[in-house]
Design a binder for this molecule. Sequence first.
Ligand code: DGL
Length: 271
Amino acid sequence: MSRESKPIGIFDSGIGGLTVLKEIYKQLPYESTVYLGDTARVPYGIRSPETVTRYSFENTRFLFSKEVKMIVIACNTASSVSLESVRSSVSVPVVGVIEPGAKAAAAATINKKIGVIGTEATIKSNSYAKAILNIDKDIEVFGVACPLLVPLVEEGWTEGSIAEMTAEKYLQDIKKNGIDTLVLGCTHYPLMKGILSRVMGENVNLIDSAIETAREIRAVLHDLSLLNSSGEEIIREFYVTDSPEKFKSVGERFLGEHIQHIKKIKLEMEV
Ligand code: DGL
């Protein structure tokens, strides 16, 4: 297999990273992909940085065994706390979801007030605020953790009064700050875009990290001459650490298409 025709390896704590995979399919249809959802240990968003980093290394090691040409950390929580350590420990490029989202948000804001919503771990890490301030130190960033949105999306409750009331409660303070841009800093939130945009109002830009991340992946592969132009047949594989059936039924909603070839694996637990 030539270097360029090797697959892109993508991991997430579970199914949420499929929103990133969907964008990869859209923007990079000629690439092979190997997706790992660590469904046995989801959610990562409530765990300590040390634990999430250990999981990230185990996921990376597994993807490496599939001879990937790049690692995509398609999870905001894992990107927030472990991107740098994973990046410095492997020989292939590693793309996370924070920098692309931060770049897009900094480019979109006019009044220089940006809101970020994510899991507890992502907000606590300040990863988005750091990345945004690195680009423009005059931007004000307001973060809010919205832990209940992940289970709502997993249940498929992305519309309706419960989802709307929950979103309103979480966003009420951030709205008072007069932000003009809101980063959807969690893999699950793009599925609630409808409600989030209604609650925030039409003048607030919603930044979907998934779209920006796929753009970044394309740019990195292009710069390294690793875009697949081999014409060889591509593969699209899925691995999970818990029930493939559950992953399939919820995941197909995230991906918007049928998921085939899902294998359950056991990750090696030593770091
Ligand atoms: N994938 C996670 C993220 O983007 C959300 C789910 C979790 O907490 O593991 O932060």
